[in-house]
Design a protein around this ligand. Structure first.
Ligand SMILES: [Fe+2]
Length: 257
């Protein structure tokens, strides 16, 4: 148990009120190379500025023109918007290294505060879109055994789950996130008003649906229902299974031991 605890790594993807926490397991402990010298200037209060940054890259999904019900133009415009979030995420990350922290503690406005508020919006804007595009499949597939079990255990049936998911899709302003809760070990459909609003903590997103108008307006105008149906018919259930295997099952095994 001691070794397991050692190998348990808590990755906090977001901070503040918008947190996705994923628990990962490694066979060997993480080690970070120590720097021989750390330069600390008078205006720098922490060592964050000395930690080298690696820019996030825009992922490719090969979906444009390949999904019946969503046009090539619709997907391309959506992917362009997603790329903007990755770009801003990198900009914010870089700006935080050198931002003037003279008035950082001010809760009305400071350059530091503005960047920290924008950070969760950009990070979630990028990650939610990646999860969404990844669980959007070209071919129609059927629900896998692991997800089906979670659905039946927590909603009673696939039909009941779909009804709840679609109701959430109808009323949400931003996202629907079907997530496994680390807190209660159950499956939930959550409604997010924006990328960084109403995001529960201690959850693992398994299925993500974008319901912003930009996701369907080119093809359907303001009619959301046909888009919801297209999405449901193109859920990449195999991706959901992979997320359960990688992120949920290790947790459940840990709890059982
Ligand atoms: Fe979107």
């Amino acid at each position: 148990m001691k070794n397991k605890a050692k190998n348990l790594i808590i990755v906090t993807l977001l901070i503040s009120n918008s947190i996705f926490i994923i628990l990962l397991y490694r066979q060997t402990p993480i080690t970070r190379p120590l720097q021989d010298t750390i330069e600390v200037s008078d205006t720098t209060k922490t060592t964050e500025a000395q930690i080298p940054l690696q820019a996030y890259t825009v992922k490719q999904f090969d979906l444009a023109g390949n999904i019946s019900g969503l046009s090539k133009e619709q997907i391309e415009q959506h992917e362009k918007l997603y790329a903007g979030y990755v770009k801003k995420r990198n900009e914010i990350m870089q700006a935080l290294k050198t931002v003037d922290r003279t008035d950082a503690a001010n809760r009305t406005y400071s350059p530091f505060r503005a960047l920290k508020i924008a950070e969760t919006y950009a990070v979630n804007g990028a990650l939610l879109h990646e999860l969404y595009f990844q669980n959007l499949g070209i071919q129609s597939t059927t629900i896998g055994p692991r997800m089906k079990q979670l659905v039946v255990d927590n909603f009673g049936s696939l039909e009941a789950f779909k009804n709840d998911f679609m109701d959430c899709g109808g009323c949400a302003r931003g996202w629907v996130v079907t997530a496994y809760s680390i807190d209660d070990g159950r499956l939930h459909n959550f409604v997010l008003e924006e990328h960084n609003q109403n995001v529960p903590v201690m959850i693992i997103p398994l299925l993500v649906l974008d319901v912003y108008e930009h996701a369907y307006m080119i093809d359907y105008g303001i009619a959301r229902n046909p888009y919801l149906q297209v999405f449901w018919n193109h859920i990449a259930w195999n991706v959901i299974e992979e997320r359960i295997i990688k992120l949920v099952e290790p947790l459940r095994k840990e709890v059982a031991t």
